[in-house]
Design a protein around this ligand. Structure first.
Ligand SMILES: CC(C)(COP(=O)(O)OP(=O)(O)OC[C@H]1O[C@@H](n2cnc3c(N)ncnc32)[C@H](O)[C@@H]1OP(=O)(O)O)[C@@H](O)C(=O)NCCC(=O)NCCS
Length: 323
């Protein structure tokens, strides 16, 4: 199983662990995924190196037709299912269900201490999904598109204006590694700021624990808070990464936790200022936040800030079920 030799499976499928050499085939089944803003092209090789992650492929007649990844987090207790995709011509035949089942069997055998599985799904969830899964938390999504050159002067002007208004600006603090642990492991923060006691970073859900923070601190993330002692808003921002949409197109994700709008808006703007640096060209910025903030953030971005809304994801839900 550890090598590339596929195992026979149901309905003419074979399963094997993904390897670096499968990259082009995986990309060829991913062309339409997330309308061109797919993260897998930049994550694929990193995922293969992560010790607690398994990336599984399904093949038919020797050709890759589906992929799923499962990462074991929360001190070995949670299997997080990510990256699911099936080749367009093979959809609607139950393959997504089969590859997940196969990968989870593999995880159960390799990580017997796993108790639950978690998924982060977009879209409005129907009763059939909620009957099978417990909803851990729901964030709303604002998907923004702009050219960095056009944003740069507006960003500076918006920050100056908010600072001049007094209470509308809540000075964001960039957290260093030692601060991150202290702030995110604070029991009040876990209970009152984190949605469902969960740190959701770029679609991946983590319980607030020392081991998960160690893992996240190895990634290229900017961490912010409105206070180190009694924070009411916290946020994480990925470094901008290239996406298949086109040459020089980038994406970044800003996950915001907490319900205080001025704090959330200040951190959103500060993250943009921190990351855009010398970047040029089109940028897709996906902003995840408590549903209570969405209307004000939407109005600010579109009306006051002149940004263009990109697509409606229908929210982001973290779901859990027994393994
Ligand atoms: C979503 C997608 C993977 C479904 O593939 P499919 O083979 O047509 O799906 P199936 O015929 O197996 O039917 C649905 C099953 O897939 C699973 N599924 C569908 N969407 C899912 C999602 N977003 N996340 C997790 N599982 C999902 C369910 O487990 C369901 O099984 P169930 O019948 O036990 O409820 C496919 O349409 C696709 O590749 N879309 C583009 C990529 C994408 O949107 N991926 C999902 C987000 S990670």
């Amino acid at each position: 199983m550890e090598g590339a030799k596929p195992e026979p499976g149901p309905v003419g499928l074979e399963f094997c662990l993904a390897q670096e050499g499968h990259f082009e085939e995986v990309m060829s089944i991913s062309r339409d995924v997330y309308g061109g803003i797919d993260y897998l092209p930049v994550r694929y090789r990193t995922w293969l190196q992560e010790p607690a992650r398994r990336v599984m492929l399904a093949k038919r007649n020797g050709r890759v037709i589906a992929l799923v990844s499962v990462n074991v987090v929360d001190d070995g207790r949670t299997a997080v299912v990510e990256g699911l995709r099936v080749a367009p011509r093979e959809r609607g035949k139950g393959i997504a269900g089969l590859i997940q089942e196969h990968c989870l069997d593999f995880i159960r055998a390799q990580f017997p201490e796993v108790e639950v599985r978690r998924y982060t799904r977009s879209g409005r969830l129907g009763p059939e999904v909620l009957a099978k899964f417990q909803l851990i938390c729901k964030q709303e999504i604002l998907s923004l598109y702009f050219k960095v050159e056009a944003l740069r002067p507006k960003l500076g002007a918006a920050i100056v204006q908010l600072k001049a208004s007094g209470t509308e600006w809540q000075e964001p603090i960039v957290l260093q590694a030692a601060d991150v642990k202290r702030v995110f492991l604070n029991p009040t923060v876990i209970d009152t700021v984190l949605p469902g006691k969960t740190i959701v970073h770029d679609w991946a859900p983590f319980k607030a624990s020392g081991s998960n923070l160690e893992t996240l601190l190895k990634q290229d993330i900017v961490w912010m808070a409105d206070s180190k002692e009694e924070p009411s808003v916290l946020s994480l921002c990925t470094a901008p990464y290239a996406i298949p949409m086109g040459a020089n197109h980038h994406r970044l994700n800003i996950d915001i936790f907490g319900k205080h709008f001025p704090g959330a808006r200040s951190q959103f703007l500060a993250h943009l200022q921190e990351v855009i640096g010398s970047l040029q060209g089109p940028l897709y910025c996906i902003l995840y936040m408590d549903p209570s903030l969405w209307q004000e953030m939407h109005s600010f971005c579109l009306e006051s800030f002149g940004l263009q809304s990109d697509r409606d994801f229908g929210g982001q839900s973290v779901l859990e079920a027994g393994i």
